[in-house]
Design a protein around this ligand. Structure first.
Ligand code: BTN
Length: 284
């Protein structure tokens, strides 16, 4: 497979051939797209066609960007890094790879930020209580071993503005960094960190990976509630990547997948992604 460009190259990626960017990122194949529905969906198609590990798709904007738990992901033009990369999941534990990618992404963002990144299980990246990036890991498709890892990083405020329902809960990396963060620089560091922490796919949350996770974990000891309404106190993450919590009725619970919300004093923290029935502004 060769590196290709689809439509107008996103502005941050002009001035070099796509092959040259692929070499800069250290990936075997790169697709740079102007506006597409979703980089995850596009990469899944490429994986179905036999694309090799580390094949990467990056878009300037997504019209149907997807978040976790069936939500959408606001991805307006030239305001973030909207990227998907193909990883091999073979041998790893399904619930640990997403945590490892979270650690990798947190470390990448911290290269540009004076502030540390917090990780909210399973893999939301926050500055304080505001979300700067999210990760969506999906199986590549029928019988294939690949995992499509989608990463969305809010870099700068979109020209179209931020939807009111998202505005209080979003952070932008450039505002925290206090200067420009160019998409290619961030993508290069991100691919390097992913290569270190997520290849091969980890079998358990242990050793240095666990230490990196725990150093950024923002849930342990805090009140949370689950999508099914259960409330409790987060107690950390087990080796298999499950969230452990003690429910308000005293039961010890393990949550293998899904999302949790932090119960803040002034209400629960909404999680950046918006519901599909809302209007998507920008990027369409
Ligand atoms: C979440 O926190 O809900 C996950 C958000 C993941 C968004 C990224 S942007 C690039 C890739 N393509 C998508 O459609 N989604 C992911």
């Amino acid at each position: 497979m060769t590196s290709i460009r689809r439509g107008e190259v996103p502005s941050a990626w002009r001035g070099r051939e796509v092959e040259a960017w692929a070499g800069e990122l250290g990936v075997p194949a790169l697709e740079l797209a102007g506006v597409i529905p979703s980089t995850n969906d596009r990469l899944r198609n490429l994986a179905d066609g036999g694309a090799p590990p580390l094949t990467t798709v990056i878009a300037g904007a997504q019209t149907r960007g997807r978040g976790r738990s069936g939500r959408g992901w606001h991805s307006p033009p030239d305001s973030g890094l909207w990227m998907s990369i193909l990883l091999a999941g073979e041998g790893g534990a399904a619930n640990v790879l997403p945590l490892a990618v979270g650690v990798a992404a947190a470390r990448a963002l911290e290269r540009f930020s004076p502030l540390p990144v917090s990780l909210k299980w399973p893999n939301d990246l926050l500055f304080g209580d505001q979300k700067v990036a999210g990760i969506l890991c999906e199986a590549a498709g029928d019988g294939r071993d690949g995992i499509v890892v989608g990463i969305g990083v809010n870099l700068r405020r979109p020209l179209s503005g931020v939807p009111d329902e998202l505005a209080p809960n979003i952070a932008f990396l450039e505002e925290v960094a206090g200067g420009a963060v160019r998409e290619p620089s961030l993508a290069r560091v991100l691919v390097g960190e992913i290569g270190h922490w997520a290849r091969p796919a980890p079998r358990s949350l242990a050793g240095r990976l666990r230490a990196e996770w725990e150093a950024r974990d923002c849930l342990t000891g805090r009140p949370v509630h689950l999508e099914n309404g259960i409330r409790g106190i987060a107690r950390g993450v087990s080796k298999d990547g499950s969230l452990e919590l003690v429910a308000s009725d005293g039961r010890a619970l393990r949550v293998r997948s899904g999302s949790v919300r932090l119960d803040l004093e002034d209400g629960s923290l909404a999680l950046h992604a918006f519901n599909r029935d809302r209007t998507i502004k920008g990027g369409e």
